[in-house]
Design a protein around this ligand. Structure first.
Ligand code: NDP
Length: 327
């Protein structure tokens, strides 16, 4: 038997999460069984653990949209016992049982072999948020980053922290937007060269275009923040839209697209094909200093998850929560 965080739903539709001992036979079908070592807490996990169950499609459920660990058994020739692997996306932790357990059984197609240069703990310091940050960096590179600072919004959060560290390591000037001034030293330690107060970007303006300021942007916030940033981009620059921590609406005009040729690039980490995931993880191992990842880690164990799920939905988490499922 092994430990798992199980979310259950009662007849009135109320959900509750707690650590239980379960049997391997209870795991869903899949061709690879993984001894999970680490998982993380992403914004989506907050929704899945919290009241109402968010994105969970079946109960009882083991949330955890990402994990790293060691293959224990495999019916697929691509994986053998002892291989180190990482999983993000594919609706694991929402539809299929996820990483908040000491074992997981999944489809081999959803896994990626962990590249050299990164261990299972650092892989989950990256996790879905950091993997998405790398996809966003790659999308900006594909479209060309213009001269001038690259803006990162929601910078003290998971996506923002990793995006800041990767961009700084690649040599870009990073302007980090945060609503928490107390995180300035942290963001500077990750490589941000400029700290921008959230309200300085967020304050409303009726002008659809402002002075050209940013050579690129990774936006984890959406809504008024994204709308305002679009009007501040340099001619032909791109915004990689990653998240909606500030809301799902977009109160913008088409003017930045028409008069400044701004590109809005949508980033989806969930359905990325295998080749893209492998390329992104290889870039992470190469372009993200592990010492910077260490500075982002907030350690946790399975029984901490109900509280941490609440914290991330309230924008209170700094950096990346790494859950030691055997802790
Ligand atoms: P976090 O909660 O770790 O970070 C979000 C950050 O956004 C906060 O730390 C805060 O940063 C800022 N923020 C929160 N609320 C507001 C607000 N109301 N207005 C302005 N800023 C706000 O989440 P993640 O970094 O893990 O995820 C960020 C977003 O990206 C989420 O919406 C998530 O669902 C999405 N996401 C999307 C993925 C994809 O595939 N597209 C994959 C992973 C995540 P600060 O305190 O510095 O201001």
């Amino acid at each position: 038997m092994f430990n798992a965080l199980i979310v259950e739903k009662d007849e009135d539709g109320k959900t509750a999460a707690g650590v239980q001992r379960i049997e391997i036979d209870q795991l869903p079908a899949g061709d690879v069984t993984v001894a999970v070592e680490y998982s993380t807490v992403n914004y989506k996990d907050g929704l899945c653990i919290g009241p109402g169950g968010g994105l969970v499609r079946n109960y009882p459920h083991v949330p955890g949209i990402d994990f790293s660990g060691t293959v224990e058994a495999s019916d697929d020739p691509r994986y053998a016992p002892g291989d180190k692997v990482v999983l993000t996306g594919w609706r694991v932790g929402e539809v299929h049982w996820g990483g908040y357990a000491q074992k997981a059984r999944v489809n081999a197609d959803w896994l990626v072999p962990l590249p050299n240069g990164i261990d299972t703990r650092h892989a989950m310091a990256v996790g879905t948020a950091g993997f998405t940050a790398m996809l966003a960096v790659m999308a900006l590179e594909d479209h060309g980053i213009k001269d001038g600072p690259v803006l990162v919004t929601g910078a003290a959060g998971g996506v923002g922290s990793v995006a800041t560290a990767i961009l700084a390591n690649l040599g870009y000037d990073v302007a980090a937007v945060t609503g928490r001034p107390e995180t300035a030293d942290y963001l500077t330690s990750l490589g941000a060269t400029q700290i921008v107060a959230r309200e300085d970007i967020n304050e409303t303006t009726k002008r659809p275009l402002e002075a050209e300021a940013w050579g690129g942007c990774i936006d984890a916030v959406g809504s008024a923040m994204l709308a305002r940033v679009l009007g501040q981009m340099k001619y032909g620059a791109s915004v990689a839209a990653v998240g909606l921590a500030g809301g799902a609406d977009l109160p913008a005009t088409v003017i930045p697209f028409l008069l400044r040729g701004v590109n809005l690039l949508g980033i989806d980490s969930v359905m990325q094909p295998y080749e893209n995931r492998l390329r992104a993880w290889e870039r992470i191992a190469k372009d993200l200093p592990m010492a910077k990842l260490d500075a982002m880690i907030q350690p946790a164990i399975l029984s901490d998850l109900p509280d941490l799920g609440r914290d991330i939905l309230q924008g209170k988490v700094k950096g990346r929560i790494v859950v030691d499922v055997n802790g």
